[in-house]
Design a protein around this ligand. Structure first.
Ligand code: ATP
Ligand code: MG
Length: 374
């Protein structure tokens, strides 16, 4: 019992619950596994450590003499030993390899995150042993955790910046629309006032004033367009569905690309954050279609129920390769994925070269961001 070993190759030797006496084979095995820099331990069916390499002893922080014949419960906290034994039992039962991420506290009280790979070895006498190979992944986990948390921070920062930009755009759009618009309307009225006061002989002055009035009209149109492009007021007033329809009409006027739009239900109303995000995704999708797709028509589907909003934009253009889909240098598609991802949604980019492109986004809705009629 004090000196348990991995059974030698003698099939004739009877197996009892007592660990077997060591033989030459054990010395040989011991030498071989000592040459492995990764911690390796072999357990018998009673979970006793029968063979440990040097790397394993120094990882745990104890001598081989201290460890041999002992079990996980002798040196590790109970909750860790429970997990080790549960995995041992799985391997013994299924006789299949098992890989598990676990915690191990060494003799200095340092807790490591380890990846434990367990395999079954059955000797000539049909006695099962568990071969355990341990990889210390503590540092890797730390890096992964740091990376995940920094990615989350960057995501938050990017969403925060987007929200600030959006706020600023809304403010400028309103100022341009209201203040500039009002001044221009006042100027237009002054022109009309002047026009009425010219005498018959003042045709030059009248013509010049009429020209000014026309220029003011054009400027009013430009101001409206700039304000709309910055942020359409109708997104806040009439909602997402109406804004997308308006944008499609403008798109057709500008590019000649035909469209169909299915909006179900017609009065889809979602909260500010989501409607802004979907609107910006839609803008980028249309810009991409104009810039890259060579499409002749697009089909748009916007639908929502109490749980999910779905927008699908399909074009009949040249399509995309896998490489283009995953390009990291360009920011348009990345921005779409980020916006949607931040809202807990998913983006799918489908299609093949020569068969058009489909961009589909799904965003989960809750009762707070889904409202019925406008
Ligand atoms: N509808 C589309 N049809 C065909 N190719 C497309 C379409 N949308 C995007 N692509 C391809 O995918 C690439 C990546 O698009 P993405 O919007 O990320 O970048 P971009 O439009 O090139 O630049 P930007 O960062 O200014 O948006 C494009 O360069 C283009 O080759
Ligand atoms: Mg783009």
């Amino acid at each position: 019992m004090d000196n348990p070993t991995l059974e030698s190759n003698s099939g004739s030797q009877a197996h009892t619950d007592e660990p077997q006496a060591g033989g030459q084979l054990n010395d040989y095995l011991q030498k071989i596994i000592n040459s492995i820099a990764t911690p390796v331990v072999v357990k018998d069916k009673h979970h006793r450590w029968v063979l440990l390499n040097d790397a394993c002893c120094s990882f745990i922080g104890r001598t081989r003499e201290e460890l041999r014949g002992k079990t996980d419960y002798d040196y590790f906290p109970k909750q860790q030993a429970d997990v080790f034994w549960e995995m041992d039992d799985q391997v013994l039962l299924t006789r299949r390899e098992n890989i598990n991420e676990e915690q191990l506290t060494d003799s200095n009280g340092v807790t490591h995150t380890i990846l434990t790979k367990k395999n079954i070895y059955v000797d000539a006498a049909d006695e099962p042993f568990i071969v355990v190979v341990i990889t210390d992944i503590t540092d890797r986990k730390k890096f992964e955790d740091a990376l995940t948390s920094s990615h989350q921070q960057l995501r938050k920062l990017s969403a925060h910046t987007e929200a600030m930009v959006e706020e600023e755009r809304t403010r400028i759009a309103r100022a341009v629309h209201d203040e500039l618009g009002q001044s221009l309307t006042a100027l237009k009225m002054d022109c009309a006032w002047l026009e009425r006061r010219f005498t018959e002989g003042q045709t030059d002055l009248l013509a010049r004033t009429q020209m000014m009035a026309r220029m003011i009209d054009e400027t009013i149109t430009t101001v409206r367009r700039i304000s709309m492009e910055l942020r359409p007021e109708m997104l806040d007033d009439l909602g997402l569905a109406a804004t997308l329809e308006w944008q499609l009409q403008e798109f057709k006027k500008r590019t000649g690309i035909d469209y169909t739009a299915s909006i179900i239900p017609k009065d889809i109303r979602v909260g500010d954050t989501i409607s802004t995000a979907v609107y910006r995704v839609f803008q980028e999708t249309l810009t991409n279609i104009v810039r890259h797709a060579q499409a002749t028509r697009i089909d748009v589907l916007l639908t929502a129920d109490a749980h999910m909003l779905l927008m699908q934009v399909r074009d009949d253009g040249i399509g995309m390769t896998n490489e283009q889909r995953t390009q990291t240098a360009s920011l348009g598609l990345l921005g779409i994925r980020e916006r949607v991802g931040f809202l807990g949604g998913v983006t799918e980019i489908g299609g093949e070269p020569g068969h058009g492109t489909t961009i589909e986004i799904k965003i989960p809705l809750t009762h707070t961001n889904f409202g019925g009629t406008p």
